[in-house]
Write a protein that binds this ligand. Structure first.
Ligand SMILES: Cc1cc2nc3c(=O)[nH]c(=O)nc-3n(C[C@H](O)[C@H](O)[C@H](O)COP(=O)(O)OP(=O)(O)OC[C@H]3O[C@@H](n4cnc5c(N)ncnc54)[C@H](O)[C@@H]3O)c2cc1C
Length: 259
């Protein structure tokens, strides 16, 4: 029996159940564009091909397909922030990061009537039940997933949520109201300090996502200093400084791959 959260579904035990989906590519249309903060833009997509879309897990991701100015097609990972099935609308929140990058650039100039193709999600990893506390740490790229985590577990468990951002108006992002989200600076030191202050215990599940190299010390602190078992945490590099199209399945730290 599954418990239904606002933004997802959680499993009763500590394991994280995976629900597989048929892999479908969808050609969608931009319905609306909303600037949420100085660095984050919400693109609302619609179209007949959204029929059957499903994203049940807090960190689900879709592949966004984009054409570069040189005509090459690239794929980037994005979180389906909110799917309104009845309205046939899907929100994706993009960081407009100013660095060269086809996805950030596409979002910066997105307008209603533009088109975007997405693939997936291939599967949904559901939030685990059986934890009293959730400790969430995210940079801006992972703010949509952090929001989904809050929606999935924020009513049944105690959630401590930290967003790492240097944007002065990040608090304008429409975070779910059930949890107070603390804003801390970017970088590894601030990430480790946030975890240390929150003192995760044996009843805590820890999820951290954002820039990969900044998360290396965070994962090391969780694993080596706090002795948290890998089944009680997930640390995910959502992008890597200086690398285009970084693969989040690659080891976070190539010199210390997770055994
Ligand atoms: C599971 C998952 C879910 C994700 N969900 C989201 C989401 O909902 N919203 C979102 O905005 N991102 C999300 N990301 C991150 C996104 O996929 C990357 O930021 C991606 O690299 C952006 O592509 P790009 O074409 O703009 O830049 P790329 O071509 O990949 O990179 C070009 C340059 O920009 C830099 N760069 C890339 N991303 C950022 C950034 N966020 N800030 C600063 N510099 C950057 C790179 O280091 C590189 O130097 C997610 C990633 C994963 C793995």
């Amino acid at each position: 029996m599954l418990g239904q959260g606002v933004g997802g579904v959680s499993t009763p035990a500590r394991e994280r159940q995976v629900v597989r989906h048929e892999l479908v590519r969808r050609d969608l249309e931009v319905l609306r564009v909303e600037r949420l903060t100085s660095t984050m833009t919400r693109v609302t997509l619609g179209g007949d091909e959204l029929t059957g879309f499903s994203a049940l897990g807090p960190e689900d991701h879709v592949k966004v397909f984009l054409r570069t100015p040189t005509g090459e097609t690239v794929r980037r990972d994005y979180t389906p922030r909110t799917f309104r099935e009845d309205a046939g609308e899907l929100d994706i929140d993009f960081v407009v990061h100013g660095a060269t990058g086809p996805a950030g650039a596409w979002a910066a100039s997105a307008a209603s009537g533009h088109s975007l193709s997405i693939g997936g999600p291939r599967g949904s990893r559901l939030a685990p039940g059986g934890y009293e506390r959730f400790l969430l740490l995210a940079d801006e790229s992972a703010v949509p997933a952090l929001s989904r985590w809050i929606e999935a577990v924020g009513i049944s468990a105690h959630v401590e949520a930290f967003v790492q951002s240097d944007s002065p108006d990040i608090s304008s992002y429409p975070f779910p109201s059930t949890t107070t989200v603390s804003v801390v600076p970017t970088g590894a030191d601030a990430g480790v300090a946030a975890i240390r202050d929150a003192s995760p215990d044996a009843y805590t599940y820890v999820w951290a996502a954002g820039e990969a190299t900044a998360l290396i010390p965070v994962r090391r602190y969780l694993r080596d200093d706090l002795g948290i078992d890998r089944s009680d945490m997930k640390v995910d590099g959502y992008w890597r400084r200086g690398i285009a199209g970084a693969d989040h399945h690659a080891p976070l730290d190539p010199d210390d791959p997770e055994a």
